[in-house]
Design a protein around this ligand. Structure first.
Ligand code: PBG
Length: 327
């Protein structure tokens, strides 16, 4: 005798129309943020070898990239910059004519309110040792000396027109320090996106090529241990209490448990960063014909949103926006 189940979840999977009707998670282009790299010494775009489809842009190419992103309907861009000169304290980060601050000005004008211009607030692109903060005499990363510089960098970015500052350095107290510096300078309306739970991940490798990182060693004294989940909640709670407007978990897919925790505990929007190494894993496998590129990117973005992110930073933002519109 054959057994006849009376509960049949497959009924709701019988057709594309039915699946679309009952779908729990929908990703919209407005939730996507595209990271962009501006290189001070370039006059033409240069493809990043370890990030197929992603290029370093000359400052002169930024406005067109912003236009493309706005036309695709994506929600924002996150600007990173590679300066021509680096030093021990990352001084170009705080100068009005530093490449990142000039890029913010160009992006702000090009965006013209069509998308949100965000800027990375961290010293690693500007220091000749590649760390996210300044070094103490013993070579360790000096937390509190770095906070003072972050404050000045924040004011320079806000002066240049950045709407959202992405604090990615993982220094203790950085959100409170930057908030105070912004408010003192009259930038009450500049928002803080805090990389709250940022793990010391192997998945940042291609990004370090993209920004030509000078780092030797690792960031394990300030970025989080991948083994720790509860600590992700602590970092997020501290950043929210210090005044973060948006919290972020990074990387995304290996940390969906942390993302789900943070999303359920936070009372501000939560973002997740599908980082360079997560992107290139898909790209490399797809280039070999081992994985369906479109399906893999859509599944990644959908899973990140399902776990609780309302904002997704992804290098595939332009393609995703197109695929989502076609859908
Ligand atoms: C540091 C920073 C990093 C990334 C974003 N901001 C690299 C790092 O912490 O070493 C990585 C992003 C990516 O891998 O896509 N300012």
């Amino acid at each position: 005798m054959t057994f006849t189940p009376h509960r049949r979840p497959r009924r709701l999977r019988t057709s594309p129309a039915m699946r679309r009707l009952v779908r729990e998670t929908r990703v919209h282009p407005a939730q996507l943020v595209l990271p962009l790299f501006v290189h001070e010494s370039l006059t033409e775009p240069r493809e990043i070898a370890s990030m197929p489809g992603v290029s370093q842009l000359p400052l002169g190419g930024l406005a067109a990239a912003i236009d493309e992103a706005a036309a695709a309907g994506i929600g924002g861009v996150m600007l990173f910059a590679i300066p021509a000169e680096r030093d021990a304290t990352g001084s170009a980060a705080c100068e009005a004519d530093g490449i990142l601050n000039r890029a913010i000005e160009v992006a702000d004008e090009a965006a013209d309110g069509r998308l949100v211009v965000m800027a990375d607030l961290c010293l690693d692109e500007f220091t000749d040792h590649g760390h996210c903060g300044v070094l103490a005499a013993d070579g360790s990363v000096d937390n509190d000396a770095t906070l003072e510089i972050y404050g000045r960098m924040a004011v320079a970015q806000a002066d240049a027109g950045a709407t959202v500052l992405g604090l990615s350095g993982m220094m203790d107290g950085q959100v409170a320090a930057v908030r105070a510096a912004l408010d003192d300078a009259g930038h009450q309306d500049t928002s803080i996106l805090a990389y709250a739970a940022k793990y010391a991940s192997a998945a940042y490798g291609p990004f370090r090529d993209a920004v030509e990182s000078e780092l030797e060693g690792d960031r394990r004294t300030y970025q989080m241990d991948p083994a720790n989940r509860v600590e992700g909640s602590l970092e997020a709670a501290l950043d929210e209490a210090e005044g973060a407007d948006i919290l972020m978990v990074k990387p995304a897919l290996p940390y969906l448990d942390v993302l789900a925790d943070v999303a359920s505990e936070a009372t501000v929007p939560v973002a997740a960063y599908h980082v360079s190494g997560e992107y290139t894993q898909i790209e490399a496998a797809a280039a070999n014909g081992w994985i369906d590129r479109k399906a893999a990117h859509l599944e990644a973005a959908t899973s990140i949103v399902r776990a609780g992110a309302s904002i997704v930073l992804t290098y595939a933002a332009l393609d995703l926006a197109r695929w989502l519109r076609e859908d």
